[in-house]
Ligand binder design. Structure first.
Ligand code: NAD
Length: 365
């Protein structure tokens, strides 16, 4: 198949991890016979420096013409004294809204070789495999009216419509069908009206998925259970605010921020990005873990390109690399040797080729 991917490396470690993720994507294309084409565009601080704005029109146009967007990260402390609208992050927020992906998918997986690298006891976190589906374009982050009534008083508005809840709930149930057929829908229905609507609508949507088990979990209980029994979850469905908080908490089962991917789907063009930021403290030194970006590329192949075999090949190559002991600095223990960004991607690429060759040999036999 043919696939046009717009690459937005951005700032800090963004260009380093996107270079490796796009290299892996190209390799998959070569191995499995897909015509993947790439174009690279500016966003964030890099775009402010070169074009005077964090989201240039050319970048928007290129993203809207692409089949998918793969973004690194944006942000740098040298912009910290600017107004929010003039900072690199404004470009990313504007892009997310323009592309319109309302369902933010954040898998948090405990790779077995990393079970001893998390803040949890290894036996508690071993086997944890959670997918957070977060509503991304509604809720309290966007509700109007909002603002200050005085220097001492401020307010926000939390609204959800039936349609907004329905569409993201369908994504969660559809994802559960591809996994372990369980959805935990998070709300605060004992206190908040929008949560009561959320619970009612999710319950109605669930009727279309009789093979998926639905449970409603209060946000506070969910936070506690993520720490005490992370393996008890499959898909977690949450609104914008709860999902934002829970997805960072769930990420702790993974061992490092550097391994976490994400997808924002359901809009005009799907957007894929590692969960981490631009990490200015390690930028330009080959210390970034490229796995979050490479796993985001795998999500792109599964969700946008509908190439599950190729997506799984990347995910298995990551597992294989980690099982072989390959570690970037964030994953290495004190005094342990570690690989550079490029070297980690090299190990993953080798594993990918090895897996492909073995599949090929198997089919030939
Ligand atoms: P961060 O995610 O950039 O870094 C947090 C810590 O994790 C740092 O110690 C960093 O070295 C480490 N880290 C992050 N990614 C890593 C990787 N791939 N490999 C190894 N270590 C990694 O968060 P921050 O320091 O709070 O923010 C830095 C900048 O990034 C800020 O300007 C912030 O606004 C921006 N940011 C952007 C995004 C995004 O583009 N989606 C997300 C979060 C933060």
């Amino acid at each position: 198949m043919a696939l046009r991917v717009a690459l937005l490396p951005g700032d800090g470690i963004g260009p380093e991890v996107i270079a490796e993720a796009s290299r892996i994507l190209k390799r998959v294309g070569d191995l499995y016979g897909h015509a993947l084409t790439f174009s690279t565009h500016a966003i964030g601080g890099d775009a402010i420096d070169r074009h005077g704005q964090s989201l240039p029109d050319d970048t928007v146009r290129a993203c809207l013409e692409a089949d998918a967007v793969l973004l690194g990260a944006v942000g740098h402390p040298r912009f910290d004294d600017r107004l929010p609208a003039e900072r690199p992050e404004a470009g990313l927020l504007a892009l997310r809204q323009t592309l319109g992906g309302f369902a933010n998918l954040r898998p948090a997986l405990c790779h077995a070789p990393l079970a001893d690298r998390t803040p949890f006891k290894a036996d508690r976190v071993h086997g944890a495999d959670i997918l957070i589906v977060r509503e991304l374009l509604g809720g309290i982050y966007f509700g109007e009216p909002r603002g200050y009534t005085s220097a001492d008083s401020a307010y926000n508005t939390l609204t959800y419509s039936r349609a907004e809840v329905e569409r993201v709930a369908h994504v969660a149930f559809a994802q559960a069908r591809l996994r372990r057929h369980r959805v935990a829908s998070v709300d605060k229905a004992n206190v908040i009206e929008t949560s009561r609507l959320w619970r009612t609508v999710v319950t109605e949507v669930a009727r279309a998925y009789p093979d998926v088990v639905l449970e409603h979990v209060l946000i506070d209980t969910c936070a506690m259970r993520l720490a005490t029994a992370p393996t008890s979850f499959d898909v977690i469905l949450a609104d914008n605010l709860f999902g934002d908080i829970l997805s960072d908490q769930a990420a702790s089962v993974a061992g490092s921020l550097g391994v976490l991917p994400s997808a924002s789907i359901g809009g005009r063009v799907d957007l894929y990005e590692p969960v981490h930021g631009s990490a200015p403290d390690i930028a330009g030194r080959g210390l970034a873990n490229p796995i979050g970006a490479i796993a985001s590329a795998a999500m792109l192949l599964r969700l946008t390109a509908r190439l599950p075999r190729e997506a799984e090949a990347i995910e298995r190559a990551i597992d294989q690399a980690l099982a072989s002991g390959a570690r970037t600095r964030d994953l290495a223990g004190p005094g342990e040797p570690y690989l550079s960004t490029r070297e980690m991607a090299d190990v993953i690429e080798l594993a990918l080729v090895d897996l492909h060759d073995r599949q090929h040999t198997y089919h030939a036999v």
